[in-house]
Design a protein around this ligand. Sequence first.
Ligand SMILES: CC(C)(COP(=O)(O)OP(=O)(O)OC[C@H]1O[C@@H](n2cnc3c(N)ncnc32)[C@H](O)[C@@H]1OP(=O)(O)O)[C@@H](O)C(=O)NCCC(=O)NCCS
Length: 192
Amino acid sequence: MANPEISASDKAAAGADAQLELHTLFHSKNGALIRVRPIRESDAKREQDFIKALSPHTRYRRFMNMCSELSNDQLDRFTHIDYDRNMAFIALIEENGVDKEIGACRYAAVADDATRSSCEFAIVIADAWQDQGLGYHLMQQLIQAARSHGFKTMTGEFLAENIPMLNFVASLGFQLSTHPDDPCLREGTLTL
Ligand SMILES: CC(C)(COP(=O)(O)OP(=O)(O)OC[C@H]1O[C@@H](n2cnc3c(N)ncnc32)[C@H](O)[C@@H]1OP(=O)(O)O)[C@@H](O)C(=O)NCCC(=O)NCCS
C-alpha cells in the first residue's frame, strides 16, 4: 500500500538522490550503521523532534539562542532545499523500525553575494551521538556538495566558547578569525 506520508516530490527527490549518489552509509565508532541523505519535505516532524530532543547546551551552541524548537518558518526553510543554493543532509538510524534523525548539516548561499561564490554552513549532532565521527562524515559530504555546485568558500559562525567546534572546523581546514562585529563570535572560512 502506498505510504501517504511520501509525496510525489519526495519520491522524485529520492530517485534523484540515489542517481546522484547523495545517499551514504557510515559506521559510527561504536559500530552503528547510519544512513545519510538529503532532507525532504516529509522530514518536517522528524527534524523538529530532533531539534527538540537536543540538550539546551547543544541547541544553544547550534542556534546561539535559547530556542527550544524550530519556528514554522525555520522548519519550512530547513526542509525545502534546491540541491544547489541550499543543501542539507540528515543522518538517520533505525530505531524500532522507524528512521530517527541524529544529525543534520546544511549550507545556504550567502544572500548578498552577487557572485554566489560563498555559502554559510551549520551542523549539529544529537548529544548521544557526538564524538562518533559522524560530524566529520557529514562535513565531508557537505563540503563535497558545495564544491560540486561551484562555491569557492564555505563560512561559519561559532561561539568563541565553543572550543570543540573551533577545534573540529580547524581540523577540517577552516581558517578562524574573530568576528568583526562581535568579540564573542568566531568566523571560520574554508577555501573549497
Ligand atoms: C561540533 C560537532 C558538530 C562535532 O561533531 P561530532 O560528530 O561530535 O564530531 P566527530 O566525532 O565527527 O569529530 C571529531 C573527530 O573527527 C576528527 N576529525 C576532524 N577532522 C578530521 C580529518 N580531517 N581527518 C580525520 N579525522 C578528523 C577529529 O579529530 C575528532 O576526532 P577525535 O574523536 O579523535 O577527537 C558536535 O559536537 C555538535 O553537534 N556540537 C553542537 C552543535 C554546534 O556546536 N554547532 C556549531 C554551530 S553551527
